[in-house]
Ligand binder design. Structure first.
Ligand code: DC
Length: 227
């Protein structure tokens, strides 16, 4: 059967990752969380005090970074590795969330990640989620999804997710972070978040995860037959 590229873009905390992960598992495709890649870069930059206003320092730091996704041996799920170390939990903290949009607005960072993402998706059979997958990384993706949800629903989901990772964060603080990231992610010069003209929009405010997954699997089945 023909293998395709499925691009899932949208705002933070709309349920992109959970949906993408399940869709990939059902189709036996690879799942690539591109947000995790930008988070890993941000974590490295924070740990190494990289000055974001110094292009040479940013370029040099990028050369030191190796990002991979592997199973951790315990679960079936892929986790994020930075230079051989599992950073899956470290990259989900608020200190990384507070800085990640600023880091991912840098052209050199985006070029580096885009190149890596294209390599990862070259053989197709991939579900990739992020902000610019359908518009910039894989503009020819066979299936493009744009996910949205009401702001309050997104904030409540993100707060719950953080608590599941043992981080108790005030709802106001979560909202402040989402608002700031939405603003930077949609207004940056380099490949801002926007819906591709040929993307299917799914509002996840009032639907379940199973429904989201089914919708995308149905669309994927049509695209696989067509292509
Ligand atoms: O999906 P996430 O919330 O983990 O993503 C973290 C940040 O990474 C997001 O606020 C913007 C950036 N990002 C990006 O610029 N481009 C992508 N393709 C994915 C994420």
């Amino acid at each position: 059967m023909k293998r395709i590229v499925i691009a899932i873009d949208g705002y933070s905390a709309c349920g992109k990752s959970s949906t993408a992960k399940r869709v990939a598992a059902k189709l036996n495709y690879a799942y690539i969380d591109t947000g995790a890649m930008y988070r890993a870069v941000t974590y490295y930059f924070l740990e190494h005090y990289v000055n974001l206003t110094n292009p040479k320092a940013v370029e040099d730091a990028l050369k030191q970074i190796l990002i991979e996704f592997h199973h951790n041996g315990k679960t079936e799920e892929n986790e994020t590795y930075l230079n051989g170390l599992n950073v899956e939990r470290k990259i989900r903290t608020m200190s990384v969330s507070d800085k990640v949009s600023e880091v991912s607005a840098l052209a050199s960072v985006r070029n580096c990640m885009t190149e890596l993402q294209r390599k990862m998706g070259k053989k197709k059979g991939v579900v990739m989620d992020g902000r610019d997958i359908g518009t910039a990384v894989f503009p020819d993706a066979e299936l493009k999804i744009f996910m949205t949800a009401d702001f309050d629903a997104r904030a409540a989901r993100r707060q719950k997710e953080l608590l599941e990772k043992d981080q108790l964060v005030d709802l106001g603080r979560v909202k402040e972070n989402l608002e700031k990231r939405d603003h930077i992610d949609t207004t940056r010069k380099e490949n801002p978040l926007r819906k591709a003209a040929d993307a299917f929009e799914i509002d996840t405010t009032h639907i379940t995860l199973d429904e989201q997954v089914d919708m995308i699997l149905n669309l994927a089945a049509t695209k696989i037959i067509e292509s």
